[in-house]
Design a protein around this ligand. Sequence first.
Ligand SMILES: NC(=O)c1ccc[n+]([C@@H]2O[C@H](COP(=O)([O-])OP(=O)(O)OC[C@H]3O[C@@H](n4cnc5c(N)ncnc54)[C@H](OP(=O)(O)O)[C@@H]3O)[C@@H](O)[C@H]2O)c1
Length: 371
Amino acid sequence: MSTPPKSTTPKTMRAFVLTGHGGMDKLQFHRDWPTPVPGSGEVLIRVHACGLNNTDVNTRIGWYSKAITKPTSDTAYGTEAEADPSWGGTPLAFPRIQGGDAVGTVVSAVEAGDQHLVGKRVLVETILRDWDDPTNLDRCGYLGSEADGGFAEYMTVHARNAHPIETELSDAELATFAIAYSTAENMMDRARVTAADSVLIPGASGGVGGALVQLAKRRGATVVALASESKHAAVSALGPDVLLPRSPDDLAEALQLATGSRTVSVVADVVGGEDFAARLDALQRGGRLVCSGAIAGPVVPFDLRTLYLGDLSVFGATILSPHIFPDLVSYIERREITPVLAATYPLEELRQAQQAFIDKEHVGNIVVTTA
Ligand SMILES: NC(=O)c1ccc[n+]([C@@H]2O[C@H](COP(=O)([O-])OP(=O)(O)OC[C@H]3O[C@@H](n4cnc5c(N)ncnc54)[C@H](OP(=O)(O)O)[C@@H]3O)[C@@H](O)[C@H]2O)c1
């Protein structure tokens, strides 16, 4: 593909802009938002598609605040969240373009050494780093939170966050991967999941949960998935060995009946909520819990005796180890994992897309496109 002259980039663009914390009315569509200008080390990307995530909702409603104890779906923004409403615990700068799951084509690069990226289709890595100190967790940000993201026609990002990808998947299919699958692969990596493991995955119908099923199977582990029964047909296509209801009356008994064992070696949890204690109890002695989310509620019963008497290990996982995203790109290119695209909406209908995302009748992920 040839390099388009910089002058072809319009000065303004279509963009959905978050103007503050609150309801859907805080998401405002503009047809004449200034097109961003790439800075030192950055590339300019024409965004084709961008996936939705709970972090868009959590950030908008201030759910990350320690003052909030309810599930994402039960939470409305209140003044109690003002001090610490973002994932990193610090107030956000508005206006902000959200969208951390961007796919697009690089239209220009600032540095001479990055010109090879121009014209390439790229999957954008969501974790923003200080590339002089890339493993410093205190110097990381999240695309769409600490910097503008992909709910717009154009975005800028550091060249090292723009990963060229060779695949026949559509832009919308590709836009389901970045956050959900990198989070899931990071969880598998933290818990060091291997073929010797049995992995319990709640929320397997969701973006991260469905990715966890595929990535645990990719490692050869035995997978026990939990999902609403109305979604079982779609989740079974992802290949779990056992599929149980979202909230079995007696999880240990359900595991015994389905697998012949009352326990598993790993729980990979992005759901939390009131069933969390039963999942912790389902870990075998020496088992590992890895957690990257809490959509059903962040404050859970946690019996410390279960932890120490069971010699359990607990991992929290948000910032990706630097090798995770390149690994993910290689899995996609080798067709070792598949996208689960539930629906696409035009960018202009982001609010409707986000309402469908919140309603949770879908399996996989929802994407907006900017054609
Ligand atoms: N740390 C990170 O970097 C990171 C990255 C991505 C996501 N996350 C977090 O991980 C969590 C899940 O993300 P996701 O993208 O997989 O979410 P999602 O696509 O919305 O899926 C969540 C799934 O959880 C299940 N669920 C169980 N109880 C629920 C409840 N009370 N309310 C809503 N859903 C419930 C639902 O499946 P069933 O109806 O089948 O039970 C649903 O499909 C969120 O809290 C998100 O913020 C964190």
